[in-house]
Design a protein around this ligand. Structure first.
Ligand SMILES: Cc1cc2nc3c(=O)[nH]c(=O)nc-3n(C[C@H](O)[C@H](O)[C@H](O)COP(=O)(O)O)c2cc1C
Length: 372
């Protein structure tokens, strides 16, 4: 008989009065008996199946049935099986354990609310629960030091102040390739290399966004629906070469890739930021490395958005994504890679979408000089 081992991604928790096994990679859950728990505890390494029964007092048949069910669920893997191969990869390539793993794998493909349901939910919140203050003021602090007004009408701050999420995309006009080029380069382009001073260490890539330990954990993909001079398709952007290579055919709807947000259907392109976890985990095996990866997506997206603003595009970041659909489209490996953030880009239409904020107005406390 083949040897067996419990899955590396199995955690056991108490749920009500039951013990529940939960595989944080597959998301599968099942109730576990005390005998089953003891058996799982005994299977921390490859073992003959008999070891699972070593401490079983009675009802070995029930335990045998439970073990078969645990194998079916992938909670216990059989040496040489496909499930064991996946478990081996998870042990090797997912270094951040259950702390980051439960979060990372557990939040994929949520059941996104349709826009009207989301609107009703917020309306219900407003009606039923006091709102949270969304900024902290010094209005009651006579000791606060007032700062002079920043120059929001020009230069870098002018560009930053002009950035606004906008989802009204022209359904016909094509996104200029130069605008897409600049957005990709601003977020991702590798502008140079540097050394860490460790003998033998490979050169570290540098870009226009900071990267924890210069580990550069992101690759960018472009799902190009309507871009001048670019055949509609999904492309990979090689940040070191600054080029696009096709990877897949254009899917029918961009909105479907972005959690059913149909206001993105008319975007010219969506930039998809895909994390490669082992790049970061190699240096940071502690689960805080996961936080480093998440944060970097925001740095990259902001540069993309500022380049889009400079080109006068409509642009919006969205992390509401259909993880599974994007992973399949781009041929991603679910263990080592993950879609973390996206930015939709397009030519502006004067008509906003239903999701755009209304009545955008300046902050009256900003000393007179106000952004658009
Ligand atoms: C992490 C993150 C996720 C977001 N996800 C979405 C999204 O799923 N759909 C969307 O339409 N906008 C999304 N946005 C855009 C916000 O709604 C927008 O930034 C916010 O309303 C403030 O407007 P502003 O970008 O013009 O400052 C997201 C923004 C961030 C930073």
């Amino acid at each position: 008989l083949s040897r067996i081992r419990r899955s590396a991604t199995l955690v056991v928790e108490v749920d009500g009065s039951a013990l529940v096994g939960h595989d944080f990679y597959s998301g599968r859950r099942t109730e576990i008996s005390f005998a089953g728990l003891r058996a799982l505890a005994a299977l921390s390494d490859w073992s003959p199946p008999a070891r699972a029964f070593a401490s079983a007092a009675r009802d070995r048949r029930a335990l045998a049935r439970e073990l078969v069910a645990l194998v079916d669920l992938g909670f216990v893997v059989v040496e040489g099986s496909a499930a064991a191969a996946l478990d081996e990869r998870l042990r090797r390539d997912w270094r951040w354990g259950s702390i980051a793993g439960r979060y990372h794998f557990g939040i994929k493909d949520p059941d996104y609310q349709k826009p009207d349901a989301a609107f009703r939910w917020v309306a219900q919140q407003v009606a039923s629960e006091p709102e949270q203050p969304l900024y902290a003021s010094h209005a009651d602090r006579p000791d606060a030091v007032p700062l002079s007004a920043p120059p929001l009408d020009r230069g870098l701050l002018g560009l930053m102040a002009a950035r606004r999420s906008y989802r009204g995309f022209d359904p016909v006009a094509r996104l200029p390739l130069e605008a897409l080029r600049d957005c990709l380069f601003a977020g991702m382009g590798i502008t140079g290399f540097a050394d860490a001073g460790v003998p033998g260490h490979a050169p570290l890539p540098l870009s226009m966004t900071p990267s924890g330990g210069a580990r550069n954990p992101y690759e960018a993909y472009v799902v190009a629906r309507a871009v001048e001079g670019l055949a509609p398709a999904a492309y990979h952007y090689a940040a070191v070469d600054h080029s696009l290579a096709p990877v897949a055919a254009l899917p029918p709807s961009l909105g479907e890739l972005l959690g059913g947000q149909d206001w993105f259907d008319h975007a010219g392109a969506v930039i998809v930021l895909v994390a490669h976890f082992p790049r970061c985990a190699w240096k940071y095996p502690h689960p805080t490395g996961y936080r480093v990866v998440v944060l970097e997506a925001g740095h990259i997206a902001q540069n993309v958005l500022l380049a889009a603003t400079a080109h006068g595009l409509a642009a919006t970041p969205t992390c509401a994504v259909a993880d599974g659909k994007l992973e399949q489209l781009l041929g991603l490996d679910r263990v080592t890679q993950g879609v973390m953030h996206t930015v939709a880009l397009g030519v502006r239409s004067p008509t906003p979408s239903m999701a755009d904020l209304s009545d955008v107005r300046p902050n009256p406390r900003l000393g007179g000089i106000l952004p658009r």
